[in-house]
Design a protein around this ligand. Structure first.
Ligand SMILES: Nc1ncnc2c1ncn2[C@@H]1O[C@H](COP(=O)(O)OP(=O)(O)OP(=O)(O)O)[C@@H](O)[C@H]1O
Length: 310
């Protein structure tokens, strides 16, 4: 569905993205994840045909996003970071206007507007002026306009930004439902959002791709170490020293609440020995649990490891 080759964009002397290469297959839901200024919006704008790259190519369904922009744009619906809505129009008028701009004829327009209104649960505000809509409803209108014409690809730039927690849950649920019939690429810097919604994650930092895999594989890649959390009632420095001495334990960190975080070699089952160690010292073992690596750990690992080259 999407093929990106050596995509590079300079704004003046600033390289927003450099030599990006990735593909998105039909039916995939891909999260484009990165910190602020990583180059997410720039990439999505190029894919949506909003601006040309400095070099490299991007195509949607085989159509080049710049030289065959019209054909490429027919295959996609784009929700920009800041949705350009017309406040003086009602929701129905605005959607009809966008449907016209997408080249749909009168009868198709009515059907498509009704379907998008229904898909995005906009019935109650269909005749309401956009000016008076809440941010959550505006975002739904933004999604609805992207859906008009049933494009096979949806490009969603930070779809939940600025929404309250309840609205975020609603929009995520809506995206999950839409994903069944569409290929989706969405950008976000919210890690749980990406791990909940996406089958694959592309992590971008300083304009370059630093990882691309399923959330599960990314967390598995984090290494051969297990993380454990212990809560022990005993003298902190002595407990710390004793835990450190257990075979397989690599690091011990005492936490502000008096508990301990450990990293241990996965090749050893350290838990029985840790428990014995605590009990033999006459301390109380209140809790001992292993902790899974999360996408946040992967992200921090990749993003903080990457140092600027200049
Ligand atoms: N129109 C522009 N003119 C000059 N520089 C720009 C322009 N748009 C973006 N940039 C710069 O390009 C880099 C990438 O920006 P971009 O908006 O693509 O990142 P992003 O990952 O979407 O960030 P955010 O999460 O903050 O929206 C940043 O350094 C940004 O300042």
């Amino acid at each position: 569905m999407i093929a990106v080759r050596d995509l590079t964009k300079y704004y003046g002397s600033i390289a927003a993205i450099q030599q990006l290469n990735f593909e998105v297959a039909d039916g995939e839901i891909v999260g484009f994840l990165g910190p602020n200024a990583a180059g997410k919006t720039t990439t999505l704008k190029i894919l949506a045909g909003y601006m040309p790259p400095t070099s490299g190519t991007a195509s949607v369904k085989g159509y080049d996003c710049i030289s065959q922009s019209l054909a490429a744009r027919h295959c996609l619906g784009y929700l920009p970071e800041n949705v350009p809505l017309y406040p003086d129009l009602t929701v129905a008028q605005f959607l009809d206007f966008v449907a016209q701009a997408k080249g749909l004829d009168r009868s198709q327009r009515r059907l498509e507007v009704d379907r998008a209104v229904s898909d995005c649960s906009l019935e109650e505000v269909k005749q309401t002026l956009i000016a008076v809509l809440s941010k959550g409803f505006r975002q739904r209108v933004g999604l609805a306009q992207a859906l008009l014409g049933r494009p096979p690809l949806l490009i969603l730039d930070e779809p939940t930004i600025g929404l309250d927690p309840a609205q975020i849950v609603e929009i995520r649920e809506l995206i999950r439902q839409l994903a069944g019939e569409h290929t989706v690429i969405l950008s976000s810097h919210i890690l749980p959002e990406v791990s909940q919604l996406c089958q694959r994650v592309i992590i971008i930092n300083r304009g370059q791709i630093v990882a691309s895999d399923t959330p599960a594989n990314l967390t598995n890649q984090l290494g051969r170490d297990a993380r454990l959390h212990l809560s022990v009632k005993g003298p902190t420095s002595e407990v710390e020293a004793a835990l450190k001495a257990v075979r397989g334990v690599k690091t011990v960190l005492s936490e502000a609440d008096g508990s301990f975080s450990l990293e241990a070699d996965l090749d050893y089952e350290v838990r029985p020995e840790l428990a014995r160690c605590v009990v033999q010292h006459g301390w109380d073992l209140l809790e001992l649990k292993t902790q899974e690596f999360t996408l946040e750990d992967v992200f921090m690992n990749l993003v903080t490891e990457e140092k600027p080259t200049d």
